[in-house]
Write a protein that binds this ligand. Structure first.
Ligand code: MN3
Length: 213
């Protein structure tokens, strides 16, 4: 899948009912097919008349956000961030979840947390994000993990941190099934996390340098 203008909607890596009962089919279909498609379309619309940026990857656009032409900054932050965040989110989920093996990510987690403490920290980040946004597990160059939150569709790319996994805490991610019960959604999210995918993301921390794109 090409990672430059015109951006395309990445297909869901599993059927839309795969994450049931934790995340329902209708939510997945609207989330992916409507919300994320809209971010893709609006990102392309914003870039349409800026051919200088047509060869830039999503990560390069997001890392260099503040040096983009003024009129591109908000649309790239919101829609480019929306595309990036959801591509990661859908990729770290799988039917029934997959456990974390005895690899470098497990070692990194155990330096600072038990698995339960890590989940509690991610949940806390998601619950304290007022309004819409994301909770994150990120790694720096040395492999040290941090838990963070971002509002709206903001990313942590500008800080040059490697995203390991994220939790969408926008209401559109859970409202149909769980209404206002964000804590219940987050608890159930952990039952469908693909920790093998998170491990693969973590493995990129040494080579990740968005400033060199
Ligand atoms: Mn979303």
């Amino acid at each position: 899948m090409k990672n430059s203008y015109p951006f395309e909607l990445l297909p869901l890596p599993y059927p839309s009912d795969s994450l049931e009962p934790q995340i329902d089919k209708q939510t997945m279909e609207i989330h992916h097919g409507k919300h994320v498609q809209t971010y893709v379309d609006n990102l392309n619309k914003a870039l349409e008349n800026h051919p200088n940026y047509h060869s830039w990857s999503l990560e390069k656009l997001l890392y260099n956000l503040k040096s983009l032409p003024e009129e591109l900054q908000a649309p790239v932050r919101n829609n480019g961030g929306g595309v990036f965040n959801h591509n990661l989110y859908f990729s770290i989920l799988t039917k029934g979840g997959k456990p974390l093996g005895d690899g470098p990510l497990k070692k990194a987690i155990e330096k600072d947390y038990s698995m339960d403490e890590l989940k509690a920290a991610l949940k806390q980040a998601g619950l304290t994000q007022f309004g819409s946004g994301w909770a994150w597990l990120l790694a720096d160059k040395d492999g040290k993990l941090t838990v963070a939150k971002t509002p709206n569709q903001d990313t942590k790319i500008e800080e040059n941190l490697t995203p390991v996994l994220n939790i969408d805490v926008w209401e559109h991610a859970y409202y149909l099934l769980r209404q206002n019960r964000r804590p219940e959604y987050i608890d159930n999210f952990f039952n469908v996390v693909n920790w093998e995918a998170a491990e693969a993301n973590y493995a990129k921390h040494k080579e990740t340098d968005y400033s060199k794109l």
